[in-house]
Design a protein around this ligand. Sequence first.
Ligand code: ADP
Length: 249
Amino acid sequence: MSVPQTHTGRVAVITGAGRGIGQALALGLAARGATVVAVDLHYPEETMALLTAAGHTGMGLVADVSDPVQTAAVGMRITQEFGHADILVNNAGVFPFVDIDDLDYDIWRRIMAVNLDSQFLMVKAVLPAMKAGGWGRIINLTSNSIVTNAPGLSHYMASKMGNIGFSRGLANDVAPFGITVNAVGPTLTITPGVREVHPPEALVAVAQAQAIKRNGRPEDLVGTIAFLSSDDAAFVTGQTIMADGGYAR
Ligand code: ADP
C-alpha cells in the first residue's frame, strides 16, 4: 500500500524512539517522507536498522531527555546537521506503579523529570531550529490514564496532566511562528515497557474499559500523530486528542 508523502522534506525529532510507540512513530513518519531523528537513552539500533531496511534516511542520537545539557546538545546537533527542525514528538516516558506510601520525593522528581521536564527541555533545545524553518509541529504525549481509577499512579497522572497544560500554554507562545502544539494520549499499549510493569489481567481490564475492546498497539498512534504533524492540521492547536480506543471520555 502506498502511503501519501505528506511529510516530504520535514525533519522529525522523536524521543524515546528506540522501541515501543516511539519506534512505530519513527517508522510511520519516515514512511510519509520525513527524515527522522530518533533520540533515546541508548543508541536506537533496532529503529535505525528498520528505517534503513525500509529505505529511509535518518539519524540516531543518544540522550537522556531529562538532562538539560544532553537535550541542548541534541538541539545543536540537529541545527548542525539539518539547519532546521520541523516536527518534535515528545514521546519518551516512564510509568512505574508506586503507591503513595512508597512514593518518596526522589521517585516523584524522577517521574516529573522524565515525563514532564523532558518535554520542556526538548522544546527549548529544538525551538530555535524550528523557528528557523518558519513552520513547526510539536506533539507532546500524554496518557488516557489521567482519568483512570487504578491506584499507584498519582505521580504519573500529575506528570501526564502537566503534558496537557504545557501543550495548551505553549500553543499560545509559538503560534506567531507557524508552530502548533497538541497533546496526544495513548491507551495502555502493548510495548516492551508496558509488559515490564503490567500483569496480563491489567491489560484485559483496560481493554474492557475502552469502547474498542482490544489493547492498543504502537501503530495505533501513527495516524493521529501523522495528521497533527502535517500541513492539514495547520489550524489545530492547544488540543488534546486521546487515540485510546474510546477509554477517556
Ligand atoms: P512506551 O512505548 O509504551 O512509551 P517503552 O518503555 O517501550 O514504552 O518505550 C519508551 C522509550 O523511551 C524507551 O526506548 C526508553 O529507552 C525511552 N526513554 C525512557 N526514558 C528516557 C529518557 N530519560 N531519555 C530518553 N529516552 C528515554
